[in-house]
Design a protein around this ligand. Structure first.
Ligand code: DON
Length: 308
C-alpha cells in the first residue's frame, strides 16, 4: 500500500478491503462447532472507531458474525469488577504457549489456568461472573455491559450456535470437570458452561464490535466503563495472551493488543486512538483469522499505529 502524507481512513479501508480480496488464501473455517462450519470463508469486513466516536467501515460490514472468544474480554472486565484481584488466585496472567483448548497444562499446573483467554481460564472467569446466580442473570449482566459499550441494544445471542457448542463441546466439558476436580469451579460444570457457550454465541457486526471495544481505548472522550488502570491491564493481557500460542506472532506482525475469536473476528485496540474490529471467518493454524491478521498488520503499519 502506498503511503499518502496524511493517511485517511475513509480512503485506506476500502483499499485494504480490495487487497484482502486479491487472492483466495482465506484459511479454513472452524470445523469443531457445526454451526460455524457452514459459514462461507470468503468474507472480509473491517470497522475502525476513533476515540472521538467517528466510525469508518469497509467490506462485509452488515453481517452479524459469531464473536466467540472475543467475549472473553468483556467477561474478564466484569469478573474483575465483581472480584477485583481475588480473581488472580483462580487464574494466571501468563501466555500459555498452547492451543486455546489444550488440556495438558491444566493438569500440570493443578487446575489454575495460565490466563483468562484460553478456554480453561475463560470458564473460570465465567464461573466468577456467574457467582451464586442463575445463568440467565449472569448472561443479562454480560449483555448489558456489551450493549452499553457498543451503544446499541441490537446485539443478541444465537441460540443455535450455543446449542451446537453444547452438543459438541466435549473438550470444554473435560476442562470444566478438570477445574472442578481441582476445586477451581464453584458451579456445576453444565451451569458454568451453559453461561460460557451462550456468551461466546453472541453475534455482532464489525461496526458493533469496534464500538463495543471503544471503552478499551483509554481516552477522555470515550465512555468510562472500567477504571483506567484496569483498561491498561486488560490491554496488557490482550497483547500477551489474546491470540493464544499465536500471541507472539500477532504482536510481532501487528504490534497492538488484540483478541481473536474462532468465528474469525479480531478486536484490536490502538491505545489512546482507536478500536478496530476485523472479521474474516477463515482461520490460520492458531485458530485466529487469517485475513483479519493480515489486514491488521497492513493497517497498523500504514497508520503507524504499532505500540512499539
Ligand atoms: O470454547 C470454544 O471453543 C469457543 N466457544 C471459543 C473458542 C475461540 O473463539 C478461540 N479463538 N480463536
Amino acid at each position: 500500500m502506498s503511503s499518502p502524507a496524511k493517511p485517511d481512513l475513509a480512503d485506506v479501508l476500502p483499499r485494504l478491503n480490495g487487497m484482502m480480496r486479491e487472492d483466495d488464501l482465506w484459511g479454513d473455517v472452524a470445523g469443531y462447532i457445526p454451526q460455524l462450519a457452514t459459514v462461507d470463508s470468503a468474507q472480509f469486513g473491517i470497522a475502525v472507531v476513533t476515540a472521538d466516536g467517528q466510525c469508518h467501515v469497509a467490506g462485509d460490514t452488515t453481517v452479524p458474525f459469531s464473536v466467540q472468544s472475543i467475549t472473553k474480554v468483556f467477561t474478564l472486565a466484569i469478573a474483575l469488577g465483581r472480584s477485583g484481584d481475588q480473581l488472580w488466585h483462580r487464574v494466571g496472567r501468563e501466555p500459555s504457549g498452547r492451543a486455546f483448548n489444550s488440556i495438558v497444562q491444566l493438569e500440570q499446573e493443578q487446575g489454575r489456568p495460565r490466563n483468562p483467554f484460553i478456554n480453561a481460564g475463560a470458564i473460570v472467569t465465567t464461573d466468577e461472573v456467574l457467582g451464586n446466580r442463575e445463568p440467565r442473570e449472569a448472561l443479562a449482566e454480560i449483555m448489558r455491559f456489551v450493549r452499553e459499550a457498543a451503544g446499541t441494544d441490537d446485539i443478541h445471542i444465537n441460540e443455535a450456535v450455543a446449542a451446537s457448542e453444547t452438543d459438541f463441546g466435549h473438550r470444554n466439558f473435560a476442562l470444566a470437570h478438570f477445574l472442578k476436580s481441582y476445586g477451581n469451579l464453584n458451579n456445576a460444570p453444565e451451569l458454568t458452561l451453559g453461561t460460557y457457550f451462550h456468551h461466546c454465541a453472541m453475534e455482532m457486526t464489525v461496526q458493533q464490535l469496534a464500538m463495543a471495544g471503544r471503552f478499551l481505548i483509554e481516552a477522555p472522550e470515550v465512555p468510562r466503563l472500567v477504571a483506567p488502570s484496569r483498561i491498561r491491564r486488560l490491554n496488557a493481557l490482550m497483547l500477551t495472551c489474546g491470540h493464544y500460542d499465536g500471541s507472539g506472532d500477532f504482536a510481532y506482525r501487528v504490534g497492538l493488543p488484540g483478541k481473536s475469536g474462532v468465528g474469525g473476528g479480531i478486536l484490536a485496540i490502538v491505545p489512546g486512538r482507536a478500536s478496530i474490529a476485523v472479521w474474516s471467518p477463515g482461520l490460520n493454524r492458531y485458530g485466529n483469522s487469517q485475513k483479519g491478521t493480515e489486514a491488521l498488520a497492513l493497517l497498523a503499519r500504514h497508520m503507524d499505529w504499532s505500540i512499539f
